[in-house]
Design a protein around this ligand. Structure first.
Ligand SMILES: Cc1cc2nc3c(=O)[nH]c(=O)nc-3n(C[C@H](O)[C@H](O)[C@H](O)COP(=O)(O)O)c2cc1C
Length: 243
């Protein structure tokens, strides 16, 4: 096989998360092809401990509607105590799964997440202190950023982090396959908090739990899609030797 030495770097680095989509549908054959490409990834003892729910058409629209209703009920909880109390009283909208994403970041990640927030909101022209605008921006997660397809990735509970690792490897191959076909994607932890709603639409064994969603579709020309998140240098993650 003859791969250009920098071909992979150029291709992989040109992928960015897409956060605004055209309504153009994605043909079923393409969805199946990118899932097949996802499955070229390695897997723990080849167990393939992942399942994918493909939400499109009416199912996609019903889930988006339900998520937006729940988000509307809970949105104040991101920004203040009053909102948190209201959310608890209302109940509707409280996460039913994956509470981890509602917790504050560990101090090890504060600098990176704060920089990401600053750069992202400044790119889309939202003032960091403008809670309303930030909430509106976050709410777009629940319309899947306008994407016609949302993939919900489930992992088998018995293999713990190795299921998540398999899912990550699968997702990245799928995401790069989509990229090679001119499709955009964005992994979405935001949609993992209401697993019960997804379970109402699909037949899913209780041995699996929802890891995250991935929205899929053709990118629009909106400015948000030209955001370039910071990428660390290898030296930032390579561990020093003890001596
Ligand atoms: C598991 C996972 C969950 C994510 N959840 C969200 C999300 O809920 N909403 C969102 O806008 N981006 C989400 N992202 C996208 C990241 O913010 C993005 O990958 C990161 O900022 C790097 O940018 P890039 O993908 O453009 O390289 C998620 C990424 C991963 C891997």
């Amino acid at each position: 096989m003859d791969f250009e030495s920098d071909g992979f770097r150029a291709f992989a680095s040109s992928r960015r998360s897409t956060r605004d989509f055209l309504s153009t549908p994605v043909p079923d054959e393409i969805i199946e092809e990118i899932i097949a490409d996802g499955l070229t990834s390695p897997s723990w003892s080849n167990t393939r401990p992942i399942r994918v729910a493909v939400a499109k058409g009416d199912v996609r629209d019903r889930l988006s509607e339900e998520f937006l209703i729940r988000w509307e009920a809970i949105k104040g909880a991101r920004t203040g105590w009053l909102g948190k109390i209201k959310a608890v009283l209302k109940r509707k909208g409280l996460p039913t799964s994956n509470w981890i994403i509602t917790r504050p970041y560990h101090k090890d990640f504060l600098e990176r997440t704060q920089n990401q927030g600053r750069d992202f909101y400044s790119h889309i022209g939202v003032d960091r202190d403008d809670d309303k605008a930030r909430n509106e921006s976050w709410a777009r997660n629940y319309d899947f950023f306008g994407a016609p397809v949302e993939l919900f990735v489930f992992t088998h509970k018995s293999l713990g982090k190795y299921s998540a690792s398999d899912a990550g490897l699968f997702m990245q191959n799928l995401i790069l396959s989509a990229h090679s076909k001119g499709l955009g994607t964005c992994p979405q932890g935001a949609v993992a908090v209401w697993e019960d709603a997804v379970r109402k639409e699909f037949d899913i064994s209780k041995n699996y739990s929802l890891l995250c969603g991935i929205c899929l579709g053709y990118p629009s020309g909106e400015k948000i899609n030209s955001f370039e998140a910071n990428r660390p240098e290898p030296s930032e993650i390579i561990l020093p030797e003890r001596r």
